[in-house]
Design a protein around this ligand. Structure first.
Ligand SMILES: CC(C)(COP(=O)(O)OP(=O)(O)OC[C@H]1O[C@@H](n2cnc3c(N)ncnc32)[C@H](O)[C@@H]1OP(=O)(O)O)[C@@H](O)C(=O)NCCC(=O)NCCS
Length: 118
């Protein structure tokens, strides 16, 4: 499995697209955005026949690593009301609900610095 990164920067927003391939087969993707202390990610998707193998978790953890490296202390995700079944999956990965907006549940996870990074 290989995860490719495409990084772009527009008006101070750094965006990284992660695309996962197994050989030449596309199997998953996610986009992560970092601006200042805040990061968010969107469009997390793993191809159905590649689910339950840890790829979704790996993509989210890679987003968190990129966000921390960019200076963020929090990362957020908007979950559409019509996709609520995925909430326990995020809760298990350290995301807590903050508020609801425009038909979405907004969840965040802190990105604590390790003591030697202070
Ligand atoms: C949500 C989604 C990204 C999860 O992707 P995934 O690759 O299946 O995620 P993981 O494999 O990391 O986790 C799934 C389960 O497999 C388990 N798992 C992890 N590694 C595993 C392994 N090596 N072998 C077997 N099971 C494993 C995990 O424990 C997890 O179980 P849990 O939910 O009880 O904790 C995927 O279901 C998806 O693309 N859904 C449709 C799009 C979507 O809803 N995206 C989110 C938008 S907000």
């Amino acid at each position: 499995m290989k995860i490719s990164h495409l990084v772009t920067e527009i008006e101070g927003h750094r965006s990284t697209k992660l695309v996962a391939f197994e050989g030449d087969q596309f199997v998953g993707h996610v986009d992560v955005y970092v601006k200042g202390e805040w990061a968010s990610f969107a469009r997390l998707f793993v191809r159905e026949d590649y689910r339950n193998k840890g790829l979704g978790s790996e993509l989210v953890e890679t987003c968190c690593t990129i966000a921390k490296a960019g200076g963020a202390t929090q990362i957020g995700i908007s979950i559409a009301f019509c996709n609520e079944q995925v909430i326990p999956w995020y809760a298990k990965r350290g995301f807590d609900k903050r508020y609801e907006e425009d038909g979405c549940h907004c969840f965040t996870r802190p990105l604590p610095k390790r003591s030697h990074e202070q």
